[in-house]
Write a protein of this length. Structure first.
Ligand code: PEP
Length: 249
C-alpha cells in the first residue's frame, strides 16, 4: 500500500443480490478477521437489505463498516418494495450505494434521481457512494468525459458542503462483471476529470473509487494511480481471500 497517498484508502464490497445467511456468516467473519490488520484502509460491505441485521450483528465493534445498495427518496408511505434512509439507520448503516449502473439500467434511474438519493442519504447521516460510468457504446463513441460530466452535474449542484461528505465511484459499465478492467491509465484519466470537477467545487479531498472487475491481482496497479483512492468491488467481494487481497493491496 502507498502510505503517502493524500486521501485515506477505501475498499467497499458490493455483494449485489448474492448471499444466504449461512454463506454470509462465513464471509463476514473472514472479512472482519482479515481486515483488522489493515489499519491504513477503510473496509466496508454493502449487502442486500435482508442481511443488514446480520452484517450489523457480525461486524459491530470491529473495523469493517456496512451499508446498503440503494435507498428510497421517500421517508415512508405507499412505496411498495422501497427501503428508506431511516430504515437503514435502524441497522447502523454507514454507507449506501446510489446510482449503481444496474439501478440506472434496470430501474431507469435518472441522474436527477441519483442526486436526490444522495441528498436523502446525507440528510439521514449516511455516506452516499455515488456511482458513475459510461457504457461500452459511449466509450467507443468517445463520449466518456461528456457522460461523466452529465452524471455528476446534478450531484455537484447539491453544493460543496454536501459533496464533501460523499464518495464517488467511477465504474465503467463495460468493466462491471465482465472481467474486462480499465487499464490503470484509462481509469486514472477519468479519475483526473472527476478530481478536477471536485477541486473546482473546492472539495478535493472526496474519495474517488474505481470499480469494474477489480481483483487481488490488478488492485495494486490501479491503486498506484494518483487519483484512485480505492475500489468498489463486486464479484471479488464474495470471495474472502480475493476481497482481502484487494484490501491488502
Ligand atoms: C460492481 O458491481 O460495483 C462491480 C464493480 O462489479 P465487478 O467487480 O464484479 O465488476
Amino acid at each position: 500500500m502507498n502510505t503517502t497517498h493524500a486521501r485515506q484508502r477505501l475498499v467497499i464490497g458490493n455483494w449485489k443480490m448474492n448471499g444466504s445467511l449461512a454463506a454470509n456468516a462465513a464471509l463476514l467473519q473472514a472479512v472482519r478477521a482479515g481486515s483488522e490488520a489493515q489499519a491504513g484502509c477503510q473496509v466496508a460491505v454493502c449487502v442486500p437489505f435482508p442481511y443488514l441485521a446480520q452484517a450489523q450483528a457480525q461486524l459491530s465493534g470491529g473495523t469493517v463498516s456496512w451499508g446498503a445498495q440503494d435507498v428510497s427518496v421517500h421517508a415512508s408511505g405507499a412505496y411498495t418494495g422501497e427501503v428508506s434512509a431511516g430504515m437503514l439507520n435502524d441497522f447502523a448503516c454507514r454507507w449506501v450505494l446510489v446510482g449503481h449502473s444496474e439501478r440506472r439500467s434496470y430501474h431507469a434511474e435518472t441522474d436527477e434521481q441519483v442526486a436526490l438519493k444522495a441528498a436523502v442519504a446525507l440528510q439521514a447521516g449516511l455516506t452516499p457512494v455515488v456511482c458513475i460510468g459510461e457504457t461500452l457504446q459511449q466509450q467507443e463513441a468517445g463520449e466518456t468525459a461528456q457522460v461523466i460530466s452529465r452524471q455528476l452535474g446534478p450531484v455537484l449542484a447539491l453544493g460543496a458542503q454536501s459533496v464533501s461528505r460523499m464518495v464517488i465511484a467511477y465504474e465503467p459499465v463495460w468493466a462491471i462483471g465482465t472481467g474486462r478492467t480499465a487499464t490503470p491509465e484509462q481509469a486514472q484519466a477519468v479519475h483526473a476529470l472527476v478530481r478536477q470537477a471536485l477541486e473546482a467545487l473546492g472539495v478535493g479531498q472526496v474519495q474517488v473509487l474505481y470499480g469494474g472487475s477489480v481483483k487481488a491481482s490488478n488492485a495494486a496497479s490501479l491503486f498506484a494511480m494518483p487519483d484512485i483512492d480505492g475500489a468498489l468491488v463486486g464479484g471479488a467481494a464474495l470471495v474472502a481471500d480475493e476481497f482481502l487481497g484487494i484490501v491488502a493491496a
